[in-house]
Design a binder for this molecule. Structure first.
Ligand code: ADP
Ligand code: MG
Ligand code: MG
Length: 249
């Protein structure tokens, strides 16, 4: 049973403190939603956990099954079982999705033929045309295709914990349903733990969260069950923005 544990995490970008003390625990099979207005630090949180360069950790810890993720380079975090689906997936000209997956999994000792077979199965599960496997990674793909692409990677790599940053942005209803269903299945079949980061509650109609955390100005200001997302849908973030700026406890 996997556990991602974030404790007292403070982080800065370009000399400005963005995350001001985040505590969050995600365990196998659980779906946690982090919701917040634009600029609240959602993407910063996902990037710091995944080890993207350019972020300075000021304090706190992030561990996966007790292992200090912050001490590892990004690729080692992925090897430890962490997966990040980015809000804006990187375009990689000249490298196909197929190459990336075959390369990383055969390096981990999995037979080439098994990886290729797995990719086809996963493409089918999310209604993703297999010709995308051979195209340069994310180049000239629509928003929805990029997200299916990320979900296919998730299915093949079978991580312990996935961080999904705005998975719902740019997705039409059908794609959102397919992608959410696949992730839901991963939580049930292989005990995937999910940190789903989103501005809107749209995603959470498809992917039922066990817990919802509201992030405002780098702090978690409210926590609860799925009812919190429903409440946000009615009231918006205004009530949190008013006291979200207050300093100190
Ligand atoms: P969200 O994903 O919740 O919309 P972000 O984590 O992207 O928010 O950004 C949080 C804050 O950090 C914003 O005020 C943003 O302007 C700032 N920020 C993000 N990236 C950088 C950067 N590279 N340099 C300076 N400020 C940044
Ligand atoms: Mg569930
Ligand atoms: Mg963002």
């Amino acid at each position: 049973n996997a556990e991602l544990r974030i404790e007292g995490l403070r982080a800065a970008v370009g000399g400005t403190e963005i995350l001001k003390g985040i505590d969050l625990v995600v365990r196998s099979g659980e779906v946690h939603a982090v919701m917040g207005p634009n600029g609240s630090g959602k993407s910063t949180l996902s990037h710091v956990i995944a080890g993207r360069p350019g972020y300075e950790v000021l304090d706190g810890s992030v561990t996966l099954d007790g292992e200090d993720l912050l001490a590892l380079p990004a690729w080692r975090r992925a090897q430890a079982g962490l997966f990040l689906a980015m809000q804006y997936p990187t375009e990689v000209p000249g490298v196909a999705l197929e190459d990336v997956l075959v390369e990383s999994l055969t390096a981990a000792g999995r037979p080439d033929a098994e990886v290729r077979e797995r990719m086809l199965v996963e493409a089918g599960r999310i209604g993703f045309d297999e010709r995308f496997l051979h195209r340069p990674l994310n180049v000239d793909l629509s928003g929805g295709e990029k997200k299916r692409n990320e979900t296919l990677q998730l299915g093949v790599l079978d991580p312990k914990i996935a961080i999904l940053d705005e998975l719902d942005s740019g997705l039409d209803v059908d794609a959102l349903r397919d992608v959410s269903r696949r992730i839901e299945q991963a939580t049930e079949e292989s005990g995937l733990g999910v940190l789903a980061i989103t501005h809107y509650s749209r995603l959470l109609h498809e992917l039922q969260p066990d817990a919802v955390h509201i992030l405002v100005k780098g702090r978690i200001v409210a926590e609860g069950g799925p009812e919190l997302a429903a409440e946000l849908e009615r009231t918006g973030y205004a009530q949190y923005l008013e006291d979200g700026g207050a300093e100190g406890p």
